[in-house]
Design a binder for this molecule. Structure first.
Ligand code: FE2
Length: 268
């Protein structure tokens, strides 16, 4: 089932951004037609095999674009999710935001898609003529978590290319260095604010060193060629609840039976 087709201008041709819908939620479909609008120069960090190569793009997002991401995650349509495997050790908070980015900050959204598309074609060439993007805001805040922030070694299922952009300044936290499988030893890729690292998420195992102080925020985007059922959403959002809204805890069964109107209107 598809609904909510929107036409947008992209160069000389018209393309369609599709919103695939299911009973559980919605997922963007983005056709990749013609050539990417961007061909940025990046640093290739060779791994023991091509699938483990990394691409590093310094200063990918500037301050104004980072501010847009920080604004987007405050939108009421951005919801916390909990879609990690039970056996994947992690301590962080995640908000899913591709629709808000596409709707409210289309230029930054397009930059993210086109850059990853361009890098993927030059690095691995597996991507097809469309993608289902997942964009997440991920926060490792030691004070909020009450323990170090972390994510253990893992791969991103079916992600043709995963993009990680550091949104925080490195002075604001300790640890949190991106790590990737290497030949014998792990490879560490320290990022500065706005830097992006790209990797073949399905093939290249990755993790971070524990965040032992402060707050580290990243934008993460995964591009898939297959539709993945939207993850379970949790009653948590980045922006404060407005005054007067009653918050009631519901169990998983009750939550699955609630309509989005009930949730958004705070009628639960
Ligand atoms: Fe990952």
């Amino acid at each position: 089932m598809t609904r909510g087709l929107r036409h947008v201008r992209r160069g000389p041709r018209r393309i369609v951004l599709g919103v695939a819908a299911s009973a559980a939620g919605r997922c963007l479909l983005v056709p990749l037609l013609g050539e990417p609008s961007r061909q940025p120069e990046f640093q290739k960090l060779a791994g023991p095999e091509p699938a483990l190569d990394l691409a590093l793009l310094r200063g990918f997002l500037d301050k104004s674009e980072i501010a847009k991401v920080e604004t987007a995650v405050q939108d009421a349509q951005v919801w916390g999710i909990d879609d990690r495997d039970d056996d994947l050790g992690y301590a962080h908070e995640v908000w899913r935001m591709e629709e808000v980015m596409q709707q409210n900050f289309g230029e930054t959204f397009k930059k993210l898609i086109d850059t990853a598309w361009s890098v993927e074609r030059r690095m691995w060439g597996n991507i097809l003529e469309f993608v289902f993007p997942e964009i997440e805001y991920i926060e490792y805040d030691v004070a909020r978590l009450g323990r170090p922030g972390s994510i253990s070694r893992h791969a991103d299922n079916d992600s043709m290319i995963t993009t990680v952009v550091l949104l925080s300044d490195p002075s604001e936290f300790e640890g949190g260095i991106n790590c990737f499988d290497g030949d014998k030893a792990a490879r560490q890729v320290p990022l500065q604010r706005g830097d992006a690292v790209f990797f073949f998420g399905d093939a290249c195992h990755h993790w971070i060193t524990p965040v032992t102080r402060g707050r580290r925020a990243i934008l993460q985007m995964e591009l898939r060629n297959r539709y993945e059922e939207p993850p379970r959403r949790v009653l948590r959002r980045k922006m404060p609840w407005p005054s007067g809204v009653r918050i009631k805890t519901v169990n998983k069964q009750q939550f699955s039976e609630m309509s989005w109107f009930q949730i958004c209107a705070g009628t639960c």
